[in-house]
Design a protein around this ligand. Structure first.
Ligand SMILES: *Cc1c(COP(=O)(O)O)cnc(C)c1O
Length: 422
């Protein structure tokens, strides 16, 4: 048997894999040309200028069209999109919002920025929110649940929607990491009340920064438009969607989370590349998974609520123990095969700002609200999240991997599993 690179053998690959930025690695002439048009038109703002190119509006139309919803709104980030979504739903001080223990800090941060307080549920074997754990944290102050699709894999939305319907609470889908992911043939982000997307560089398609919200509901859309733009409903929106809200009756104070036309231009071109990107990542990850499963019967992959809907941006390997996961990480690094442990193995509630409920506000507002059931966080509050994060190792799948890359990845992983007896 071949020797592992970490034991002095020849590495499966001589070069590291391409970086894990699916949208950025296919960025090129199209984005440059479209952004240049905005600059030459001297109109980088969506609502006025010498010759507005309406790139943000085009992006919104393309998104709504493809995802099959009535409304999409470009904003500055997914963190902003989450805040806008929560505010559109009327959630704020004195409310609780359920979020999964496994998510990026932004999901929890946005809830707190909206003056509500997150409560955490554990994950199932897919590392996404476990609908069976929702009842445990439910009380009359919970107004919404945020279902997060972690690393390209859909959440069990039937379970989430049934729970939300039973308790008359709202559902936000955080699809930041998983643009294009589907659950039972429907795009994630279009199943609940509002879906939110990220176009930050580490996500699927990108303009460096950016985000969007989508919804089918015209009232939620109007509130979202207002909250993202100082409480205004500009003529452009009124004309486009036939909205005729009376300013006095429905105006409220908002923020500025407007997307720039330069971002819009880049994202229109990235959006056109989404399907080819997804196609490549799916095909490549499918081939790698199938071959590894055939060669290594003991291999366990991360579970999924719908394998068909997975976008293939990552393959998750489940090990028997955290120690085995450590070994796999060491061994794969030596073979020049990129792998990582998501969030360093820590559920989001373990981050100090969350665990200790620290905000920039007096009395740690909004945590100072006198909830009937106080919100207390503690280490190990979601044991399955801790266990699974620590013994799952992810391998990002770049859409530009070559056949040789695939063969070397498979060869390297096979060598590691058989040598170390995983
Ligand atoms: C990245 C991410 C966000 C935040 O996205 P930004 O566009 O960087 O603000 C929110 N939720 C999840 C699950 C994320 O991974």
């Amino acid at each position: 048997m071949k020797k592992l690179a970490m034991h002095g053998g020849i590495p499966a690959r001589t070069e590291p894999l391409p970086p894990n930025y699916p949208g950025a690695v296919v960025m090129g002439a199209e984005e440059a040309e479209h952004a240049a048009r905005v600059i030459h038109s001297q109109s980088p703002f969506r609502f006025y200028g010498a010759d507005v190119q309406n790139t943000v509006q085009s992006l919104e139309m393309m998104m709504a069209d493809k995802l099959g919803v009535a409304y999409a709104l470009g904003v500055t980030s997914c963190t902003a999109a989450l805040v806008v979504a929560l505010k559109a739903l009327g959630i704020g001080y004195g409310d609780k919002v359920i979020i999964p223990a496994v998510t990026f800090l932004a999901t929890a941060g946005a809830v707190i920025s909206s003056n509500a307080v997150p409560v955490f549920v554990d994950v199932d074997e897919s590392l996404n929110l476990d609908p069976n754990d929702l009842e445990r944290v439910m009380d009359k102050d919970v107004k919404a649940v945020i279902a997060v699709s972690i690393l390209g894999n859909p959440c069990d939305m039937d379970g989430v929607m049934a729970f939300a319907a039973k308790h008359h609470i709202h559902v936000i889908e955080d699809v930041a990491q998983s643009c294009g992911v589907k659950y039972k043939d429907r795009y994630a982000g279009t199943i609940g009340d509002i879906g939110v997307y990220s176009f930050q560089m580490n996500k699927i398609i990108t303009a460096g920064e950016g985000g969007a919200i989508v919804t089918r509901n015209s009232d939620l859309f109007e509130r979202a438009v207002r909250y993202h733009d100082q409480g205004l409903l500009r003529p452009a929106f009124k004309e486009l969607y036939g909205m005729e809200a009376s300013e006095e009756a429905s105006a409220f104070v908002g923020q500025n989370y407007r997307m720039s036309e330069i971002t819009g231009a880049v994202l229109v071109e990235q959006w056109k590349k989404l399907d080819p990107l997804l196609h490549n990542m799916r095909q490549i990850s499918e081939r790698i998974r199938k071959q590894l499963a055939a060669e290594i019967p003991s291999m366990v992959f991360r579970k999924s609520a719908d394998y068909e809907g997975d976008i293939g941006s990552n393959i998750g390997f489940q090990l028997r123990s955290a120690a085995d996961a450590d070994l796999l990480l060491q061994a794969s690094a030596a073979e020049n095969i990129t792998m990582y442990r998501l969030y360093g193995g820590k559920p989001v509630y373990m981050l100090p700002q969350i665990l200790f409920q620290r905000t920039a506000e007096r009395n740690n507002f909004p945590f100072d609200y006198p909830f009937a059931n106080p919100v207390v966080y503690s280490e190990h509050m979601c044991p399955r999240a801790e266990d699974l994060l620590n013994r799952t190792v992810f391998m990002p799948i770049s859409p530009i991997l070559t056949e040789q890359d695939e063969a070397e990845i498979i060869g390297g992983i096979h060598k590691i599993y058989s040598t170390l007896g995983f």
